[in-house]
Design a protein around this ligand. Sequence first.
Ligand SMILES: *Cc1c(COP(=O)(O)O)cnc(C)c1O
Length: 386
Amino acid sequence: MIPYGRQDITQADIDAVVEVLHSTHLTQGPAVPRFEQAVLSHCQAKHALGVNSATSALHIACLALGLGLGDWLWTTPNTFVASANCGLYCGAQVDFVDIDPRTYNLCPRALEQKLIAAEKAGRLPKIVVPVHLCGQPCDMQAIHALAQRYGFKIIEDASHAIGGKYLGEPIGNCRFSDITVFSFHPVKIITTAEGGMALTNDDKLAERLGLLRSHGITRDSALMTKGMDGPWYYQQVALGYNYRMTDLQGALGASQMNRLEQYVARRHELARRYDELLKDLPVTTPWQHPDGYSGLHLYVIRLQLDRIQETHLQVFEALRAKDIIVNLHYIPVHTQPYYQNMGFQVGQFPEAERYYAEAISIPMYPVMSEAQQDEVVSCLRETLGA
Ligand SMILES: *Cc1c(COP(=O)(O)O)cnc(C)c1O
């Protein structure tokens, strides 16, 4: 069986986690800031807050930016539901911007058109969440310029993208955003089992994120609204959550960070090999924008349905029947029943829907062998009769 993605856990990772198990801290202790520092020094941002998932990071990022009732959050329909749900958690309304047919990322031209209409209607978004699909950075310069013009905040959902670069600089440096979020779910580029992180260069946002991560409670007298009763004292100054990362996760993440660049480089090797091996098949291989160096979390092909006999579903099932565990990223969020019940309709975001009708994520992960890759290609070739 060849999965579409899988984690790599080394003896060093195991030793790091076991060391925490023998220590006095199990939940958020010294390993979490060590992991945060490792991510910060890679990403060149000022603050990083480890949390228990990227979903939690997106939620507190929205809250820290003041999203609430009556506000709008916009994102791409071609993403995992969490990129949109975070807006709903805050009582805001969610809308989508269709994708660019080449990068499959949120299209800045479609964004501008929608902003022009929204300005007239008096319902501009407070937050836009661009998602770096497959690890390929969005056109952040264009989105940032629109943020300046229309006054919205930007949360980069970089769940797929740690280790990638945009304009030669690490994704996560928040040069073109207010907050960047990473996921460390096992299928992502590095893992902490469950886990996520929010990065920012803004001191006030970092302080806010820190409170929201742990019940809105502070032990820092500078953040308190009245004097301390004694050394036991803490104050709740906001309504926060228990979104803390454990030290077990922090230790695993810090250990995984040692291999980040190696992982992404290996993904690039495998992707280049796929590009070559698939070039005469009736599929469209992923286009890489020259401004970016993708984290390459996923390798998505699009079937050229007019050149093959089989349907998308048949190709998908044939590969799974051969134990090639392909996947599909993503079902357009606006077509989910929950979103349809809110009034969204099929047909509203045609590029994302067209993509969905053709896309297949084929297996790719750092510990994949070239023999496994050859097997994927030969099964695909056989299935497509090419
Ligand atoms: C995985 C993922 C998330 C959610 O990450 P968790 O850490 O599982 O909460 C959010 N957005 C995107 C684009 C993702 O791929």
